[in-house]
Design a protein around this ligand. Structure first.
Ligand SMILES: Cc1cc2nc3c(=O)[nH]c(=O)nc-3n(C[C@H](O)[C@H](O)[C@H](O)COP(=O)(O)O)c2cc1C
Length: 375
Protein backbone atom coordinates (compact mmCIF):
# COMPACT_ATOMS: atom_id res chain seq x y z
CA UNK A 1 0.00 0.00 0.00
CA UNK A 2 1.23 3.53 -0.77
CA UNK A 3 2.20 5.79 2.07
CA UNK A 4 -0.60 7.73 3.76
CA UNK A 5 -0.21 11.39 2.77
CA UNK A 6 -3.54 12.98 3.63
CA UNK A 7 -6.68 12.64 5.71
CA UNK A 8 -8.42 11.54 2.51
CA UNK A 9 -6.03 8.56 2.32
CA UNK A 10 -6.98 7.60 5.88
CA UNK A 11 -10.66 7.92 5.03
CA UNK A 12 -10.24 5.76 1.90
CA UNK A 13 -8.48 3.12 3.99
CA UNK A 14 -11.29 3.08 6.57
CA UNK A 15 -13.99 2.96 3.91
CA UNK A 16 -12.33 -0.06 2.31
CA UNK A 17 -11.65 -1.98 5.51
CA UNK A 18 -13.87 -1.01 8.47
CA UNK A 19 -16.82 -3.28 9.30
CA UNK A 20 -20.20 -2.11 8.00
CA UNK A 21 -21.84 -1.49 11.38
CA UNK A 22 -19.07 0.87 12.55
CA UNK A 23 -18.50 2.44 9.12
CA UNK A 24 -22.18 3.28 8.67
CA UNK A 25 -22.30 4.82 12.13
CA UNK A 26 -19.10 6.86 11.74
CA UNK A 27 -19.46 8.00 8.15
CA UNK A 28 -23.14 8.69 7.77
CA UNK A 29 -24.96 11.98 7.91
CA UNK A 30 -28.67 12.62 8.07
CA UNK A 31 -31.17 12.22 5.24
CA UNK A 32 -29.50 12.88 1.86
CA UNK A 33 -26.25 13.96 3.48
CA UNK A 34 -26.33 17.33 1.72
CA UNK A 35 -24.94 19.17 4.73
CA UNK A 36 -22.34 16.45 5.34
CA UNK A 37 -20.96 16.90 1.82
CA UNK A 38 -21.33 20.66 1.84
CA UNK A 39 -19.28 20.94 5.04
CA UNK A 40 -16.33 19.55 3.09
CA UNK A 41 -17.05 21.14 -0.31
CA UNK A 42 -17.72 24.62 1.08
CA UNK A 43 -14.07 25.04 2.07
CA UNK A 44 -13.17 24.85 -1.63
CA UNK A 45 -15.38 27.85 -2.37
CA UNK A 46 -12.94 30.01 -0.39
CA UNK A 47 -9.47 30.82 -1.59
CA UNK A 48 -6.47 31.94 0.42
CA UNK A 49 -4.93 35.27 -0.66
CA UNK A 50 -1.23 34.71 0.01
CA UNK A 51 1.20 37.52 0.81
CA UNK A 52 4.87 37.21 -0.08
CA UNK A 53 8.27 38.37 1.17
CA UNK A 54 7.31 38.33 4.81
CA UNK A 55 10.08 36.36 6.55
CA UNK A 56 8.54 33.07 7.53
CA UNK A 57 11.74 31.44 8.84
CA UNK A 58 9.87 30.85 12.08
CA UNK A 59 6.16 30.06 12.08
CA UNK A 60 4.35 30.11 15.41
CA UNK A 61 1.17 28.02 15.34
CA UNK A 62 0.26 28.39 19.02
CA UNK A 63 -3.18 29.61 20.17
CA UNK A 64 -4.77 30.27 23.55
CA UNK A 65 -8.28 29.94 24.93
CA UNK A 66 -9.67 29.89 28.49
CA UNK A 67 -6.16 30.43 29.88
CA UNK A 68 -4.80 27.36 28.08
CA UNK A 69 -2.17 27.38 25.35
CA UNK A 70 -2.27 24.86 22.52
CA UNK A 71 0.47 24.07 19.99
CA UNK A 72 -1.98 24.14 17.05
CA UNK A 73 -5.50 25.54 16.55
CA UNK A 74 -6.75 22.13 15.41
CA UNK A 75 -8.45 20.01 18.07
CA UNK A 76 -10.27 16.68 18.27
CA UNK A 77 -14.08 16.83 18.30
CA UNK A 78 -16.24 14.74 20.59
CA UNK A 79 -17.27 11.60 18.79
CA UNK A 80 -19.03 8.69 20.41
CA UNK A 81 -17.95 5.08 20.81
CA UNK A 82 -14.36 5.20 19.56
CA UNK A 83 -13.59 1.60 20.57
CA UNK A 84 -15.44 0.45 17.48
CA UNK A 85 -12.51 1.90 15.50
CA UNK A 86 -9.74 0.41 17.67
CA UNK A 87 -9.61 -1.47 20.99
CA UNK A 88 -7.81 1.50 22.63
CA UNK A 89 -10.53 3.89 21.42
CA UNK A 90 -10.73 7.21 23.27
CA UNK A 91 -7.56 6.41 25.25
CA UNK A 92 -5.46 6.29 22.09
CA UNK A 93 -7.04 9.51 20.81
CA UNK A 94 -6.45 11.46 24.02
CA UNK A 95 -2.87 10.21 24.33
CA UNK A 96 -2.15 11.45 20.85
CA UNK A 97 -3.84 14.83 21.42
CA UNK A 98 -1.96 15.21 24.70
CA UNK A 99 1.37 14.43 23.04
CA UNK A 100 0.64 17.11 20.44
CA UNK A 101 -0.56 19.60 23.08
CA UNK A 102 -3.99 20.12 21.57
CA UNK A 103 -7.47 19.74 23.03
CA UNK A 104 -9.28 16.41 23.11
CA UNK A 105 -13.01 16.55 23.71
CA UNK A 106 -14.67 13.50 25.16
CA UNK A 107 -18.21 12.48 24.23
CA UNK A 108 -20.76 11.72 26.94
CA UNK A 109 -21.48 8.48 25.12
CA UNK A 110 -17.92 7.18 25.02
CA UNK A 111 -16.61 3.66 25.35
CA UNK A 112 -13.93 4.80 27.86
CA UNK A 113 -14.87 6.57 31.06
CA UNK A 114 -14.20 10.16 32.10
CA UNK A 115 -11.70 8.87 34.67
CA UNK A 116 -9.88 6.56 32.24
CA UNK A 117 -9.54 9.36 29.69
CA UNK A 118 -8.22 11.75 32.32
CA UNK A 119 -5.63 9.21 33.39
CA UNK A 120 -4.55 8.65 29.79
CA UNK A 121 -4.12 12.44 29.41
CA UNK A 122 -1.20 12.25 31.86
CA UNK A 123 -0.44 12.89 35.49
CA UNK A 124 -0.17 16.67 35.52
CA UNK A 125 -3.60 18.29 35.89
CA UNK A 126 -2.44 21.58 34.33
CA UNK A 127 -1.30 19.75 31.21
CA UNK A 128 -4.58 17.97 30.58
CA UNK A 129 -6.17 19.69 27.59
CA UNK A 130 -9.42 17.78 27.89
CA UNK A 131 -12.93 19.17 27.52
CA UNK A 132 -16.09 17.24 28.28
CA UNK A 133 -19.02 17.16 25.84
CA UNK A 134 -22.31 17.01 27.69
CA UNK A 135 -25.69 15.62 26.72
CA UNK A 136 -28.34 16.60 29.26
CA UNK A 137 -30.24 13.59 30.57
CA UNK A 138 -33.89 13.59 31.61
CA UNK A 139 -32.50 12.68 35.02
CA UNK A 140 -30.88 15.93 36.24
CA UNK A 141 -28.88 14.08 38.92
CA UNK A 142 -27.26 11.98 36.24
CA UNK A 143 -26.29 15.16 34.37
CA UNK A 144 -24.87 16.84 37.48
CA UNK A 145 -22.97 13.68 38.32
CA UNK A 146 -21.31 13.71 34.87
CA UNK A 147 -20.28 17.36 35.29
CA UNK A 148 -18.88 16.77 38.78
CA UNK A 149 -16.96 13.70 37.62
CA UNK A 150 -15.49 15.71 34.74
CA UNK A 151 -14.47 18.51 37.13
CA UNK A 152 -12.84 16.07 39.56
CA UNK A 153 -11.02 14.35 36.71
CA UNK A 154 -9.40 17.62 35.58
CA UNK A 155 -11.48 18.42 32.50
CA UNK A 156 -11.11 22.12 31.66
CA UNK A 157 -14.41 22.97 29.95
CA UNK A 158 -17.93 21.69 29.40
CA UNK A 159 -19.28 21.57 25.86
CA UNK A 160 -23.05 21.59 25.88
CA UNK A 161 -24.33 20.01 22.68
CA UNK A 162 -27.44 21.94 21.73
CA UNK A 163 -28.34 20.48 18.34
CA UNK A 164 -29.43 16.99 19.36
CA UNK A 165 -32.86 16.97 21.05
CA UNK A 166 -33.41 13.89 18.87
CA UNK A 167 -31.03 11.90 16.72
CA UNK A 168 -31.09 12.98 13.05
CA UNK A 169 -32.64 10.66 10.50
CA UNK A 170 -29.62 8.71 9.28
CA UNK A 171 -30.75 6.48 6.44
CA UNK A 172 -27.97 3.84 6.66
CA UNK A 173 -28.97 3.39 10.30
CA UNK A 174 -32.62 2.93 9.34
CA UNK A 175 -31.80 0.44 6.58
CA UNK A 176 -29.34 -1.57 8.72
CA UNK A 177 -29.99 -0.60 12.35
CA UNK A 178 -26.83 0.25 14.24
CA UNK A 179 -25.89 -1.97 17.19
CA UNK A 180 -23.26 -1.20 19.77
CA UNK A 181 -21.07 -4.34 19.77
CA UNK A 182 -21.91 -6.48 22.80
CA UNK A 183 -18.36 -6.30 24.26
CA UNK A 184 -18.53 -2.49 24.49
CA UNK A 185 -20.28 -0.30 27.03
CA UNK A 186 -21.14 3.36 27.32
CA UNK A 187 -18.65 3.72 30.14
CA UNK A 188 -19.77 7.08 31.53
CA UNK A 189 -23.31 6.18 32.22
CA UNK A 190 -23.63 2.48 32.71
CA UNK A 191 -23.20 1.02 36.10
CA UNK A 192 -23.50 -2.75 35.81
CA UNK A 193 -27.14 -2.52 36.81
CA UNK A 194 -28.16 0.40 34.62
CA UNK A 195 -26.11 -1.20 31.87
CA UNK A 196 -28.39 -4.20 31.76
CA UNK A 197 -31.47 -2.02 31.60
CA UNK A 198 -30.06 0.32 28.97
CA UNK A 199 -28.58 -2.31 26.71
CA UNK A 200 -31.72 -4.42 26.94
CA UNK A 201 -33.16 -2.28 24.13
CA UNK A 202 -30.49 -3.69 21.81
CA UNK A 203 -32.28 -6.80 20.79
CA UNK A 204 -35.82 -5.44 20.61
CA UNK A 205 -37.65 -3.91 17.64
CA UNK A 206 -36.02 -3.24 14.34
CA UNK A 207 -35.01 0.38 14.98
CA UNK A 208 -31.75 2.12 15.70
CA UNK A 209 -30.49 1.42 19.17
CA UNK A 210 -29.03 4.92 19.39
CA UNK A 211 -32.19 6.72 18.30
CA UNK A 212 -34.11 4.78 20.95
CA UNK A 213 -31.43 5.46 23.56
CA UNK A 214 -31.80 9.19 22.92
CA UNK A 215 -35.58 9.07 23.00
CA UNK A 216 -35.52 7.28 26.34
CA UNK A 217 -32.75 9.21 28.07
CA UNK A 218 -31.83 12.56 26.56
CA UNK A 219 -33.91 15.63 27.35
CA UNK A 220 -35.46 17.18 24.20
CA UNK A 221 -36.99 20.00 26.24
CA UNK A 222 -33.84 22.08 26.73
CA UNK A 223 -34.07 25.87 26.50
CA UNK A 224 -31.61 28.73 26.96
CA UNK A 225 -32.35 28.59 30.70
CA UNK A 226 -30.45 25.30 30.74
CA UNK A 227 -27.30 27.21 29.79
CA UNK A 228 -27.86 29.31 32.90
CA UNK A 229 -28.50 26.12 34.87
CA UNK A 230 -25.27 24.43 33.67
CA UNK A 231 -23.37 27.62 34.47
CA UNK A 232 -24.82 27.51 38.01
CA UNK A 233 -23.60 23.96 38.68
CA UNK A 234 -20.04 24.28 37.36
CA UNK A 235 -17.20 26.74 37.57
CA UNK A 236 -15.75 25.48 34.28
CA UNK A 237 -16.19 27.46 31.07
CA UNK A 238 -19.32 26.36 29.21
CA UNK A 239 -19.34 26.25 25.39
CA UNK A 240 -22.51 25.85 23.36
CA UNK A 241 -22.00 23.47 20.43
CA UNK A 242 -24.33 23.50 17.44
CA UNK A 243 -24.79 27.23 16.84
CA UNK A 244 -25.27 28.26 13.19
CA UNK A 245 -26.94 31.67 13.32
CA UNK A 246 -26.27 35.21 14.53
CA UNK A 247 -29.53 35.07 16.52
CA UNK A 248 -28.38 32.11 18.59
CA UNK A 249 -24.88 33.53 18.92
CA UNK A 250 -26.40 36.62 20.57
CA UNK A 251 -28.41 34.39 22.91
CA UNK A 252 -25.18 32.61 23.85
CA UNK A 253 -23.84 35.99 24.98
CA UNK A 254 -27.09 36.87 26.76
CA UNK A 255 -27.14 33.58 28.70
CA UNK A 256 -23.50 33.71 29.69
CA UNK A 257 -21.92 31.05 27.48
CA UNK A 258 -18.13 31.23 27.57
CA UNK A 259 -17.62 29.99 24.03
CA UNK A 260 -19.40 28.83 20.89
CA UNK A 261 -18.76 25.92 18.58
CA UNK A 262 -20.23 26.59 15.15
CA UNK A 263 -21.29 23.08 14.24
CA UNK A 264 -23.98 21.09 12.48
CA UNK A 265 -22.84 17.88 14.18
CA UNK A 266 -20.87 16.83 11.10
CA UNK A 267 -24.06 16.86 8.99
CA UNK A 268 -25.67 14.24 11.22
CA UNK A 269 -28.61 16.28 12.51
CA UNK A 270 -30.59 18.71 10.34
CA UNK A 271 -29.88 18.02 6.69
CA UNK A 272 -29.62 21.11 4.45
CA UNK A 273 -28.40 23.22 7.38
CA UNK A 274 -25.58 25.46 6.15
CA UNK A 275 -21.99 24.33 5.90
CA UNK A 276 -20.19 25.50 9.00
CA UNK A 277 -17.58 27.60 7.18
CA UNK A 278 -20.51 29.50 5.57
CA UNK A 279 -22.23 30.02 8.94
CA UNK A 280 -19.07 31.12 10.72
CA UNK A 281 -18.90 34.79 9.57
CA UNK A 282 -22.36 35.75 10.86
CA UNK A 283 -21.65 34.14 14.23
CA UNK A 284 -18.28 35.87 14.48
CA UNK A 285 -19.87 39.22 13.62
CA UNK A 286 -22.63 38.76 16.21
CA UNK A 287 -20.17 37.81 18.95
CA UNK A 288 -17.84 40.69 18.10
CA UNK A 289 -14.85 39.26 19.97
CA UNK A 290 -16.62 38.88 23.32
CA UNK A 291 -16.13 35.10 23.55
CA UNK A 292 -14.10 32.68 21.44
CA UNK A 293 -15.79 31.05 18.47
CA UNK A 294 -14.71 27.58 17.32
CA UNK A 295 -15.83 25.57 14.29
CA UNK A 296 -16.18 21.93 13.38
CA UNK A 297 -17.49 20.15 10.30
CA UNK A 298 -15.62 19.19 7.15
CA UNK A 299 -12.13 20.17 8.29
CA UNK A 300 -9.85 17.78 6.45
CA UNK A 301 -6.75 19.84 5.61
CA UNK A 302 -4.48 22.43 7.12
CA UNK A 303 -5.77 24.96 4.59
CA UNK A 304 -9.35 24.38 5.86
CA UNK A 305 -8.23 25.32 9.37
CA UNK A 306 -6.40 28.37 7.98
CA UNK A 307 -9.60 29.52 6.23
CA UNK A 308 -11.68 29.12 9.41
CA UNK A 309 -9.15 31.18 11.37
CA UNK A 310 -9.15 33.84 8.65
CA UNK A 311 -12.92 34.08 9.07
CA UNK A 312 -12.57 34.55 12.82
CA UNK A 313 -12.44 31.12 14.48
CA UNK A 314 -10.05 30.71 17.41
CA UNK A 315 -9.53 27.05 16.53
CA UNK A 316 -11.25 24.17 14.74
CA UNK A 317 -12.15 20.63 15.70
CA UNK A 318 -12.00 17.49 13.55
CA UNK A 319 -14.39 14.59 14.12
CA UNK A 320 -14.20 11.81 11.55
CA UNK A 321 -10.46 12.24 10.71
CA UNK A 322 -9.74 11.16 14.30
CA UNK A 323 -11.78 7.97 13.76
CA UNK A 324 -10.05 7.18 10.47
CA UNK A 325 -6.63 7.64 12.08
CA UNK A 326 -7.67 5.52 15.04
CA UNK A 327 -8.85 2.72 12.80
CA UNK A 328 -5.66 2.89 10.73
CA UNK A 329 -3.29 2.24 13.64
CA UNK A 330 -4.64 3.24 17.07
CA UNK A 331 -2.59 5.95 18.78
CA UNK A 332 0.03 5.87 15.98
CA UNK A 333 -2.73 6.41 13.44
CA UNK A 334 -4.05 9.47 15.28
CA UNK A 335 -0.45 10.73 15.56
CA UNK A 336 -0.10 10.31 11.82
CA UNK A 337 -3.36 12.14 11.14
CA UNK A 338 -2.46 15.06 13.42
CA UNK A 339 1.09 15.27 12.06
CA UNK A 340 -0.24 15.49 8.50
CA UNK A 341 -2.80 18.20 9.26
CA UNK A 342 -0.41 20.19 11.46
CA UNK A 343 2.28 20.11 8.78
CA UNK A 344 -0.27 21.25 6.20
CA UNK A 345 -1.43 24.08 8.48
CA UNK A 346 2.09 25.30 9.23
CA UNK A 347 2.96 25.23 5.54
CA UNK A 348 -0.27 27.08 4.66
CA UNK A 349 0.74 29.79 7.14
CA UNK A 350 4.26 30.03 5.74
CA UNK A 351 3.13 30.10 2.11
CA UNK A 352 0.56 32.78 2.95
CA UNK A 353 3.12 34.96 4.68
CA UNK A 354 1.82 34.50 8.24
CA UNK A 355 4.55 34.00 10.84
CA UNK A 356 2.07 33.89 13.69
CA UNK A 357 -1.54 32.75 14.09
CA UNK A 358 -2.30 36.32 15.19
CA UNK A 359 -1.46 37.49 11.66
CA UNK A 360 -4.25 35.41 10.08
CA UNK A 361 -7.25 37.62 9.33
CA UNK A 362 -10.00 38.27 6.83
CA UNK A 363 -7.62 39.89 4.36
CA UNK A 364 -6.20 36.41 3.67
CA UNK A 365 -9.41 34.97 2.30
CA UNK A 366 -11.81 35.47 -0.58
CA UNK A 367 -15.16 33.86 -1.24
CA UNK A 368 -15.31 32.79 -4.89
CA UNK A 369 -19.10 33.34 -4.98
CA UNK A 370 -18.64 37.03 -4.20
CA UNK A 371 -15.97 37.41 -6.85
CA UNK A 372 -18.22 35.87 -9.49
CA UNK A 373 -21.15 38.05 -8.43
CA UNK A 374 -19.01 41.15 -9.08
CA UNK A 375 -18.15 40.09 -12.66
C1 LIG B 1 -19.27 9.04 14.65
C2 LIG B 1 -19.56 10.38 15.25
C3 LIG B 1 -20.02 10.46 16.54
C4 LIG B 1 -20.29 11.70 17.11
N1 LIG B 1 -20.67 11.77 18.40
C5 LIG B 1 -20.90 12.96 18.97
C6 LIG B 1 -21.25 13.06 20.35
O1 LIG B 1 -21.34 12.07 21.05
N2 LIG B 1 -21.50 14.29 20.84
C7 LIG B 1 -21.41 15.43 20.07
O2 LIG B 1 -21.65 16.53 20.57
N3 LIG B 1 -21.04 15.36 18.78
C8 LIG B 1 -20.78 14.18 18.23
N4 LIG B 1 -20.39 14.11 16.91
C9 LIG B 1 -20.21 15.36 16.15
C10 LIG B 1 -18.76 15.86 16.27
O3 LIG B 1 -18.51 16.38 17.55
C11 LIG B 1 -18.47 16.97 15.27
O4 LIG B 1 -19.46 17.96 15.39
C12 LIG B 1 -18.42 16.49 13.82
O5 LIG B 1 -17.86 15.20 13.74
C13 LIG B 1 -17.59 17.44 12.98
O6 LIG B 1 -17.64 17.07 11.64
P1 LIG B 1 -16.48 16.22 10.88
O7 LIG B 1 -16.72 14.79 11.27
O8 LIG B 1 -16.76 16.52 9.47
O9 LIG B 1 -15.15 16.73 11.37
C14 LIG B 1 -20.12 12.88 16.34
C15 LIG B 1 -19.64 12.79 15.03
C16 LIG B 1 -19.36 11.56 14.48
C17 LIG B 1 -18.84 11.49 13.08
Amino acid sequence: MSKIASVQDLEDHAKANLDKNALNYYSSGSQDMITLQDNVNAFDRYQIRPRVLRNVSNVDTKVSAFGLTFDYPIFIAASAMQKMAHPDGELASVRSANKHNVCYSLSTISTSSIEEVSEAAGQVTDNKKIWFQLYIYNDKHKTIDLIKRAERAGFKAIILTADTPYIGRRLPDIRDPFMIPSHLKLKNIQTEKIGEAETSTQSSENASWLARYFKENINPGLTWDDVTWIKSVTSLPVLVKGVLTAEDAKLCLQYGADGIIVSNHGGRQLDTAPATIDALPEVVRAVNGKIPVFLDGGVRRGTDAFKALALGATAVFMGRPNLWGLFYDGENGVDLMLDIVFEEFKLAMALSGCASVKDINESYIQDSRHIFSKL
